[in-house]
Design a binder for this molecule. Structure first.
Ligand code: BG6
Length: 489
């Protein structure tokens, strides 16, 4: 009983949020390189030209690029079995063209990172694209709006699948491919790299929520990403039949705020659109009926879905379903209820839940509920929670330690919820990677102060800090959790 013996305990990061070294060893720019920080109420700022003398959080991030040996050693100290990280596509293909030769320095860097993982028996779990579309793809192809981007992506994928086929077994295609169904502007920019011409021509910065949206383009770019993901799965299985390739969905557990049947319907619609739509395409291999109807109601011309695409989607279904889970939401038809949430998610305030300082409503039972929903929906494939965590303000105490009981208080019931899902509901959960085991830059706000780590990094929003690392109290706690296979919480 309890977690399976070979359960994959670990943590997850994204290249753009931790590596830094944004132009080193031949790397090209990517989307996050063009973004300034915001905060819980102020969206991030975007400008298609890098501004001189302005602080860009991802340019140095937490300098994992130079600290990876030390960092992986620290992760190994917690007993990590798996480390989820992404490849920075523009580090390998800075120009993002079809006939480009890969940048050997970029490839070599990830060889070294994987070797460091294996030295400690840590299995890498690699995201091919985690919100880091090369800027050249944005400028020259409007990200994935151009179908040619599918081939450019596959050129990159073939290169890395072939290069790392004996070092990496677990792969994810696109991080949170459904972000566009949560927030069109963020989804376009982070997810598909779609920036409209008016915004590319900007000479002055704008807030991310001011970016132009053309829904036809947004859904078309998403479709091209579905096709790119399915083709990557097909290709991966040819290159190494042992590969386990997953999708990755931002799972937004959404409840009706009341028992009013109108609220029930609203919640069902939100669950369909925000979670099930993309998951169904990637696991079941076809657009579900409710999604087609939804897109038609939105006035989308779906002629971009070709017969050939339909075959590819059917053939390129994923081997496992992975997802991020942080919080739950509630919806209601009542316009007068109190809302909560930061600049990304606005939800009705659920009176039964507490929220983080960024307005994310903490709900471990929602994780068990989500695992059950997913297994009911996709009974034939395993599940993995590849992001879960608590963004919080941490302080270094006078004794030099970082006491973060609130982080442990967040994780404990979430791990209990997974255990109950396994023991009592029979869920085939194979792994759990907490978000940001080392502090890193927040994707949503670009802040350093929103810290997730078991390991503190001395780096701050004003650009100060010496990048030194220090385990927080939660470090020893998670170490104990892993050592006891989730029994000692
Ligand atoms: C997920 C992303 O949405 O949430 C991560 O995959 C992100 O990249 C994480 O960092 C936490 O969100 P935030 O905005 O607190 O960084």
């Amino acid at each position: 009983m309890g977690f399976p013996k070979n359960f994959l305990w670990g943590g997850a990061v994204a290249a753009n949020q931790c590596e830094g070294a944004y132009l080193e060893d031949g790397k090209g720019l990517n989307v996050p390189d063009m973004l300034l920080g915001g905060n819980v109420t102020t969206p991030r700022t975007f400008c298609p030209q890098i501004q001189e003398g302005v602080f860009y959080p991802s340019h140095e991030a937490v300098d994992f690029y130079h600290h990876y040996k030390e960092d992986i050693k620290l992760l190994a100290g917690m007993g990590f079995k798996v480390f989820r990280l992404s490849l920075n596509w523009a580090r390998i293909f800075p120009k993002a063209t079809l006939d480009e030769e890969p940048n050997e320095a970029g490839l070599k860097y990830y060889d070294d990172v994987f070797d460091a993982c294996h030295q400690y028996g840590i299995e890498p779990l690699v995201t091919l694209c985690h919100y880091e579309i090369p800027w050249e793809l944005v400028k020259n192809h409007h990200g994935f709006l151009d179908r040619e981007s599918i081939d450019i992506f596959l050129h990159y994928v073939e290169t890395v699948f072939t290069r790392y086929k004996d070092k990496v077994k677990y792969w994810l295609t696109f991080n949170e491919i459904n972000i566009v169904t949560h927030d069109l502007q963020m989804g376009n920019l982070y997810g598909t790299g779609l920036v409209e011409d008016e915004d590319l021509a900007r000479t002055k910065p704008c807030r991310v929520n001011e970016l132009k949206v053309n829904k036809q383009h947004s859904y078309e770019a998403l479709h091209n990403e579905f096709v790119a993901s399915a083709k990557a799965v097909i290709l991966g299985h040819k290159i190494n039949p042992e590969f386990k390739i997953g999708n990755m969905i931002a799972y937004s557990a959404t409840y009706p705020l009341t028992a009013n049947p109108k609220d029930i319907l609203l919640a069902q619609e939100a669950m369909h659109y925000k979670n099930d739509f993309c998951g169904d395409v990637q696991v079941r291999g076809a657009y579900p009926d409710y999604a087609i109807k939804f897109l038609e109601r939105e006035g989308i011309d779906l002629s971009y879905i070709t017969e050939e695409d339909k075959k590819v989607l059917k053939e390129g279904t994923v081997d496992m379903y992975t997802f991020s889970y942080y919080a739950s939401s509630a919806v209601t038809v009542d316009p007068n209820v109190e809302k909560i949430g930061g600049n990304l998610s606005h939800t009705a305030k659920n009176p039964y839940l507490k929220a983080s300082d960024w307005g994310w409503q903490i709900d471990p039972d929602g994780l068990r509920w989500s695992l059950n929903n997913l297994h009911d929906r996709y009974p034939d494939i395993p599940l993995m929670v590849v992001e879960n965590g608590f963004g919080a303000f941490d302080e270094v105490s006078e004794d030099g330690a970082i006491h973060d009981p609130y982080r442990i208080d967040y994780f404990r019931p979430h791990i209990e919820a997974m255990k109950a899902a396994i023991d009592e509901d029979g869920i085939p959960l194979i792994g759990y990677t907490t978000w940001g085991p080392i502090d890193l830059v927040s994707a949503g706000t670009g802040e350093y102060r929103k810290r997730y780590g078991f390991i503190y990094v001395d780096r701050h929003d004003d650009g100060t800090g010496d990048f030194s690392r220090k385990p927080k109290d939660s470090y020893n706690w998670y170490k104990k959790v892993i050592a006891s296979n989730g029994e000692d919480l």
